[in-house]
Design a protein around this ligand. Structure first.
Ligand SMILES: [Zn+2]
Length: 47
């Protein structure tokens, strides 16, 4: 049986958001504040 690196999933680069310091996936839009590289990319519902 051949087994490739099938079940080896690359771990996402988790790190604190530079804006709100929420733990988020690096190089992705922060789900908490919706910012990426200092720009608001996604509108986040705010109270
Ligand atoms: Zn954030």
């Amino acid at each position: 049986m051949r087994r490739a690196n099938h079940d080896k999933i690359t771990a996402p680069n988790l790190g604190p958001c530079p804006n709100c310091e929420e733990l988020m996936i690096s190089h992705r839009v922060c789900p908490a504040c919706g910012q990426y590289r200092g720009r608001e990319v996604v509108a986040v519902a705010q109270d």
